[in-house]
Design a protein around this ligand. Structure first.
Ligand SMILES: Cc1cc2nc3c(=O)[nH]c(=O)nc-3n(C[C@H](O)[C@H](O)[C@H](O)COP(=O)(O)O)c2cc1C
Length: 187
């Protein structure tokens, strides 16, 4: 199996990360991978905010948790009330992928392509990652938006997915079993 196929098979969402910093060169390779993702109509409507300052990461955690409560995002209330939950899962880098919905017809799909490129690039460099879905639903809460703006997220942009990156604390989890019956062939 070639390296790309191996990375696709072996990448996992890791929710226990170490605070060790990611070297700049590797960070840049991960970020650049997002920019090489396919995008609808080649809109490249994304903006990547790379947060490596732990104080800023903690502020994102606190504001997102408060925003979940304020906006009553029911599915994330347990996370917002969990003292253990942090948007970085203990890792040293959070990426806020925001996207201009006026520029691309497919903002969610473009986001998925860009994030998956980053996940695979990170994995190939020995860096673990996890999708982070909690920021998007509260991004237009006034206090959350104020923080995002302070961090450089363009005000017109929406958020369909963010990500945490860092070195895995322990072994990578094994792949969840694949579901049966998800493929058919027409020959
Ligand atoms: C659209 C999307 C949203 C996700 N949101 C979260 C999330 O908010 N928190 C989290 O821990 N994992 C999140 N994940 C990761 C999934 O839980 C994970 O991909 C799935 O359990 C399969 O595990 P694997 O990535 O290791 O193959 C998300 C994944 C996707 C594609």
């Amino acid at each position: 199996m070639n390296e790309v196929l191996k990375a696709i098979r072996e990448r996992r969402s890791v929710r226990k990360l170490k605070p060790d910093p990611i070297p700049d060169a590797e960070r840049d390779l991960i970020v650049e991978s997002a920019l090489y993702a396919p995008s609808a109509k080649n809109a490249q409507a994304w903006h990547v905010t790379v947060v490596q300052n732990i104080g800023a990461i903690d502020r994102i955690t606190d504001e997102v948790k408060a925003g979940i409560i304020r906006c009553d995002v029911e599915r994330y209330i347990p996370l917002a009330n969990s003292p253990e939950y942090k948007v970085n899962f203990g890792g040293s880098m959070v990426v806020i992928l925001s996207i201009d919905p006026a520029v691309t017809p497919c903002p969610a799909e473009d986001t998925g392509c860009a994030l998956q490129n980053m996940f695979l690039a990170a994995h190939s460099l020995g860096i673990a990652s996890c999708w982070l879905n909690q920021v998007g639903p509260v991004a237009d809460d006034a206090k959350v938006r104020a923080l995002l703006t302070e961090l450089g997220v363009p005000t017109r942009n929406k958020i369909y997915g963010c990500a945490a990156f860092g070195y895995a604390a322990g072994d990578l989890p094994s792949a969840p079993p694949r579901k049966d019956g998800t493929v058919n062939h027409v020959r």
